[in-house]
Write a new protein. Sequence first.
Length: 339
Amino acid sequence: MTVHSQGATTSAPQDAPQKSAGRPKGHSPAAGPRPAPPRGGGKQLPSGWLPYLLVLPAVASMALLLLYPLIKNVILSFQDINKIEFIQRKYPFGGLANYTQLLGDSNFWTVVVRSFAFTFANVVLIMVIGSLIGILLNRLGKWMRLVLSMALVMAWAMPIVASVQVFYWLFDEQFGVMNWVMRTLGFSGYEQHNWFETGLSTLTIVTLLVVWGSIPFVALNMYAGLTTVGAELYEAARMDGANGWQTFWKVVFPNLKPFFLVTTFLEVIWVFKAFTQVYAMNKGGPDRASEILPVFAYVEGQSQFHYGLAAAISVLTILILLVVMSFYFRLILKQEEEQ
């Protein structure tokens, strides 16, 4: 076949030998250009090191901001440092005296039990109410879903100290809304009722605050997880005669089991270390009756000037949390193996 271009006639079979004749011997057409040698004659960095170099700044920052204070705190927990030693800058080594004192103190174990009860109540309420609101989001129409989602995001984005102040005003002894509501409903004795009179009532109000601030995270993640469940599964359950409760346990829960495990794991950590809500509401009072472990450590260190003892409390808090979380790690690893 010939191609005519500007009056010249060429033949494809005749061109091929001419082009190949101009190539040097021993050069393969598919070989491509050879890579240029590195500039300056330096050696190239092994490719296996690149990921470690990219992660190195983050690891160094975490070691500086987290690991170093943790090591210093562990060292401090073995020292007998009170107010006088702190002023004189003396750091006597006390061995296991701080840990022995704590483990033999009934007040410490009371705070431990209170912390577990507080965490359990909050996590159960957060997961149940958050999951129900997530299911509601999945069933609402477009505009109502948008309104509810915006309300959840605004509650979630509210600063903790500001939300504590709002709840404190709601339960104020003289001008609180809750006293007015109780009087309106016909209950007596709420003219100037003190909602922070006992540690139990104080922790109940803190529980309402923590649950209110944590529900949006669970609800929005629950809604996102429900969007991944195929409509054909709901249709099959409906054809089998399953009601809403059976559909949840047979269809939704098995498909979203990783979500429930991971979310519960995160909520346990966040609630167990809920320092700001408890301390800002009533500073662990009255008479230290609403303290949980983080607040107990802070009061011992900053108010009682028992710095070594406070460090020991924080170390024991970390160890207790690690032991509790080990069970969740087992469940998560087992779930991954099953998948």
